[in-house]
Design a protein around this ligand. Structure first.
Ligand SMILES: [Zn+2]
Length: 191
């Protein structure tokens, strides 16, 4: 699609949004935000928060990168946990993750910037088998373990719960297309 057309569509949609919302819609969070979840998820466009909440506004503090990684945006994750003090840190991987796939298939020909981003996946994925879904879950479990170590004190004080999940828009787990499957809570991956 022509980029000018895309921008026109955005403006048209926004005009309707401005009309239907108004001052009251925004009044609750004019001065500060109060999210309940810090979300670390993949940048993949097939993954959006409307699979878990109707409107993520002022509810989800979202950090996105390829492969839903903490170390790629550690400062932003820290901001959600240490400053906004969300009671939940949600790590949400997803079916058919291109970052995990790229890692498993080899990525030496990628530009340095992408290589660096994928290099962070080494402790999560290195030595993993060829099953993509299992490796995606393995990465989620690894990211949870990073969080458990980073925020051990806050978790110990029962002020934070770390949740690992997979958004399964391909129904590979077999519980429905679009299923939000929790795979780990505070390091317990037997759930
Ligand atoms: Zn992905």
């Amino acid at each position: 699609m022509n980029p000018i057309e895309i921008v026109k569509q955005l403006k048209g949609f926004n005009d309707l949004f401005v009309q239907k919302t108004g001052k009251d819609y925004f009044s609750a969070y004019q001065e500060s935000q109060a999210p309940i979840i810090t979300l670390v998820t993949c940048a993949d466009s097939r993954v959006q928060t409307d699979s878990i909440v109707e409107d993520a506004t002022n509810k989800i503090f979202t950090i996105r990168n390829i492969g839903n990684q903490i170390y790629s945006n550690e400062g932003s994750v820290d901001y959600g946990i240490l400053h906004l003090k969300t009671p939940i840190l949600l790590i949400m991987g997803h079916a058919d993750c291109g970052a995990v796939k790229a890692y498993m298939g080899g990525y030496s020909s990628e530009p340095a910037s992408i290589k660096t981003e994928l290099d962070h996946l080494t402790p999560a994925i290195n030595g993993s088998n060829t099953n993509l879904l299992k490796t995606i879950v393995k990465n989620v479990n690894y990211q949870v373990s990073v969080a458990l170590e980073k925020y051990a004190e806050i978790i110990g004080n029962h002020e934070l719960m770390v949740v690992g999940a997979v958004y399964d828009f391909k129904n590979e787990i077999g519980e429905g297309f679009g299923k939000f499957k929790v795979v780990n809570i505070n390091g317990d991956d037997k759930i």
